[in-house]
Design a protein around this ligand. Sequence first.
Ligand code: ASP
Length: 439
Amino acid sequence: MELKVCKFGGTSMADGNIILSAANIIKADAERRYVVVSAPGKRFSGDVKVTDLLYQCSDAFESNDLATFETTFHKIRTRFTNIEKEIGKDLGMQEALNLVEREILAGAGRDYCASRGEYFAAKIMSAVLNRPFVDATEFVRFDEDCVLKEETFALASEVLSRYPEAVIPGFYGLGADGKVKTFSRGGGDISGAIVARAVKASLYENWTDVSGFYACDPRIVDSPKWISELSYQELRELSYMGANVLHSESIFPVRSAGIPIRICNTFRPEDKGTFIVKTDKRKPSENVVTGVAGKKDFSVISLEKSMMNSEIGFVGKVLAILERHGISFEHLPSGIDTMSLVIDNIHLKDGALETLVNEIKTEIHPDRIYTHENIALIATVGHGMAKNVGTSARLFKALSEANINVIMIDQGSSELNIIVGVDNEDCAACIQAIYHEFF
Ligand code: ASP
């Protein structure tokens, strides 16, 4: 029999009734044997995700604001005890929450606190399905830098081989110090992919609140084209650049094993969803471009120096400055005598941009150095662009007709994407112009 791993996101776990619907989806297919869950998410617009409440608790505890801690923890308590009532099972939730509250107040740490949403969500789903709960700390391992350790996969296979079916909390594992560590936000998708690879699943189903990927964000363009199939590479590019359906790192565990991902909608389970497959398994798309996505808030440091192209080690020296400050860069477009560093503003807090510019000036002596802050990057992605003459001409003509100034251009030789940098305010208009040109 084939075997599927299903991951249910926060909106699919938001309250007791939705959890019961998710359980029905699981029970409807005997191949759906392993289930990974997120913490309860938003029930309505303006609601707060349990994970956000947990982070607020941790902040309140760290700043010694016990009154805020208590009010916020009370909200979490109410969310879980309501779910307990809605599913009609006595899970001893009050006592379990008391214990967790004591642990947090005893200094269990921020990641432990944040992870409890998934922990309780999995306990609940395990009771509803009557399947064993297997804690993610039994097999997800991080190193000192919080990078997932390769041993995770062998350990997960070994642990999960003891259970023909199981419910597992997403989003966390165990750090090198033996304490609970979380992935970055939305990381439950990575947990699902780890389980899928460990149990050699034939399919990794990611259940969420949309019926798959669209060619661009429906908040920016009305009813954009739905995508039936994407390659892992296209998914990575689009999700990294802001298509918010799946965590951009979740392809890595499944890609090497060739396990396809299916994005499915808990609220419309009959929809086909989007399939993410290996490039050579992907049906050739009828569109040159598969999708357009954008992300705001980057900065660009541009430098000019005559004969830069023939100076051996020039780029290395510039990058060494970034490395010294532990700052990563996103793109490095360059010309003969010019290069630009595109950096996410997240890494440039507390005057870091100015520090970098000063150190580049003193150590590299460029002829000219200047910065552009608050830039949005827009990626136009698709295997169909490769060797297709005129794609960039069409793209830039569309941008010029929409009167959008392009600050930076980056196209890899793989021809999978064309990235343009525009002012933050032009982000939506840029996506619209590109979308309407190609769809
Ligand atoms: N609950 C976590 C978050 O809100 C992880 C997840 O949902 O995947 O980011």
